[in-house]
Design a protein around this ligand. Structure first.
Ligand code: SER
Length: 595
């Protein structure tokens, strides 16, 4: 293996390899997609190239190769393990209606295994192939090519759509079966079912070849594309860690200086015990710097990309506090990212002042909110010197009135040997829902226009909105009417006064937070009594027959409802309140949309 490879050598080796195979090198696109409403960020190299996958002519021809900066927030909870990032670089090669499975797989194999290139030992490489279903056949072609390359049968797995199908984050667009390549870390199998694609970390996905031959339509069906395309993506950070023979991406040169800076700031050495905190801070600082430093740079805000950025900065501050760093330090770490990447990504150096300025402003503002919460927390602690127990009332008040996250209360309690009545807190939370239910006697006049994807999403957003209003205003806010068109939702609810802009912002934030978390919208069938017991809100008449459907979105919402709904909150995009006004005495009206 090429063990001393640097990131830059790897980028060049990849681009040169595909240049030799007749590909034109093009530059990567901005992190902020243009004309693509399906995603907030460029999450893969394919986004900027969708028109060419659909058949438009690319000015550089049919074979393209590039390095694309990507942001994927879906993996945020995994950040801190050896390989997952919110920001990463993807090396890619593209065929727009030119070569297909055979060449693509052979190129990948050569690049991975040949000593001229990465030279990864063949016994460490594993592959997965699409097993087939009602939409597309079992991918025997890919399997046969791997076998022809003398890959052993025991190194190839057939897996279903969840594993071996790639399409855009939005619901529609070019997609197809893929074959994925994995590196065996030689860790022990986590269970009898451990195999490539298992999330335990034994097998690391390093490259994906997608064979885009379908277009997914809004009705969920797949139509053949005009041409057979190839879209491949290889994770730069992961390959570097593997070829450098280090245990995680944080041990590569890409993170060395960043980790050293965090050591200096925190006065701690990066070790087994604090590695999660170090890694989250390092990883997020890199993402923050790239988002702010993008050609279409954006500022922290309460919507769209700005909101993701805000969350990343706040999460970093939280993890820095875990490392005992109380002062503003994110911008200091960002300076190192800028220095390290300035040669490859000159936009960072160019936008340096903006990056540092925006981080500083945001960090200070957030520290102020958190500090208020901490003050209140300390008052409570003084009150409970003897019992050393924070009651559910206090925990709930911190959460409800001060916007202080329950995890902060839990974590700070733990640090001081104080118990937090979390079970009571949860109960309180549910009680409030219960209260609100008895207040809800009005009929749900669902004005759901039709079952199109857009209205379905707005319907899910309506549930989240109601949940958020109950959290921000009062638990007994109840629905007085709902109407959805293709453009917007309209929600009437009981409340006696105009909402402040701060309250509206909070409501938006909660809904967007639920969206960003990518929560599954669960539907269960049960009797009305069971639904009541489960704490669902909504109407308890027999309108829906004996059994009712209860839709729940984690602890954001649980409602009796006929549906239909989006299957996951991540499909919703960005929630935006357009207007808040009076509807009639004691009833307010909100109009909102999804973007
Ligand atoms: N689009 C595919 C992926 O992101 C391959 O580039 O995995």
């Amino acid at each position: 293996m090429k063990s001393n490879l640097t990131a830059n050598e790897l980028r060049n080796m990849y681009l040169d390899f595909f240049r030799q195979k007749g590909h034109k090198v093009i530059s990567g696109a901005s992190l902020i997609p243009e004309n693509d409403p399906t995603v907030l960020f460029t999450t893969a190299g394919m986004h900027p190239l969708v028109p060419y996958l659909l058949g438009e002519k690319h000015p550089e021809g049919k074979r393209i190769t590039n390095v694309q900066k990507c942001v994927r927030t879906g993996d945020i909870e995994s950040v801190g393990d050896a390989t997952h990032c919110t920001f990463f670089e993807m090396l890619g090669n593209w065929s727009f209606g030119d070569y297909f499975k055979e060449e693509a797989i052979k190129y990948s194999w050569e690049f991975l295994s040949s000593d001229k290139y990465l030279g990864i030992p063949k016994e460490r490489l594993f592959f997965t192939v699409f097993e087939g279903d009602e939409d597309a056949p079992k991918d025997m072609q890919s399997y046969n090519v791997w076998r022809e390359l003398e890959v052993e049968d025991s190194h190839i797995y057939f897996l279903p759509k969840e594993d071996n199908w790639w399409g855009p984050a939005g619901l529609t667009g070019p997609c197809g079966p893929d074959t994925e390549m994995f590196y065996d870390t030689l860790k022990l199998n986590c269970s009898d079912y451990c195999r490539p694609g298992c999330s335990c970390g034994k097998y690391v996905e390093i490259w994906n070849n997608v064979f885009m031959e379908y277009n997914k339509l809004p009705d969920g069906t797949f139509e053949p594309l005009k041409q057979y395309n190839v879209d491949t993506g290889m994770g730069l950070e992961r390959i570097l860690a593997i070829s450098n023979n280090v245990g995680s991406i944080y041990e590569t040169e890409l993170y060395k200086n960043i980790i050293a800076k965090i050591e200096k700031i925190s006065g701690q050495k990066y070790n087994e015990i604090n590695k999660k905190e170090f890694r989250v801070v390092a990883e997020h600082c890199r993402a923050i710097t790239f988002i702010l430093g993008d050609e279409r740079g954006i500022s922290p805000s309460n919507a769209d990309q700005g909101y993701v950025l805000r969350r990343l900065i706040r999460r970093t501050v939280r993890y820095l506090k875990k490392l005992g760093v109380m002062r503003s330090a994110v911008s200091d770490i960002a300076s190192i990212v800028i220095e390290d990447y300035a040669n490859t990504y000159p936009e960072l150096e160019k936008n340096k002042e903006f990056i540092i300025g925006e981080i500083s402003k945001e960090e200070q503002a957030f520290n102020k909110t958190i500090n208020q919460g901490i003050k209140e927390f300390n008052k409570i602690v003084n009150k409970i010197m003897e019992s050393k127990k924070i009651s559910s009332e206090d925990a709930f008040r911190l959460y409800d009135t001060f916007g202080f996250p329950i995890e902060f209360t839990m974590e700070m309690g733990e640090e001081q040997g104080i118990e937090v009545d979390y079970v009571g807190f949860e109960k309180k939370y549910k009680e409030h829902q219960e209260l609100s239910r008895t207040g809800s006697e009005q009929k749900f006049k669902g004005g759901l226009a039709d079952n199109s994807v857009g209205t379905m999403k707005l319907h899910t957003a309506t549930h989240l909105l109601q949940g958020a209003l109950r959290k921000v205003l009062r638990a007994d806010v109840s629905q007085r009417g709902s109407n959805i068109t293709t453009e917007r939702l309209r929600f009437d609810f009981s409340f006696e006064r105009k909402l402040t802009s701060d309250e509206l912002k909070k409501v938006e934030c909660i809904v967007n937070d639920a969206i960003l978390q990518g929560i599954e919208v669960k539907c269960e069938e049960m009797t009305v009594t069971e639904a009541k017991e489960a704490g669902a809100i909504g109407l308890f008449d027999s309108k829906y027959g004996d059994k009712v459907k209860v839709y729940s979105i984690k602890d954001y919402s649980k409602e009796i409802c006929g549906g239909p709904h989006a299957s996951n909150t991540k499909e919703l995009g960005v929630f935006e309140i357009m207007k808040e006004e009076s509807s009639s005495t004691g009833v307010r009206r909100i109009k909102a949309r999804l973007r």
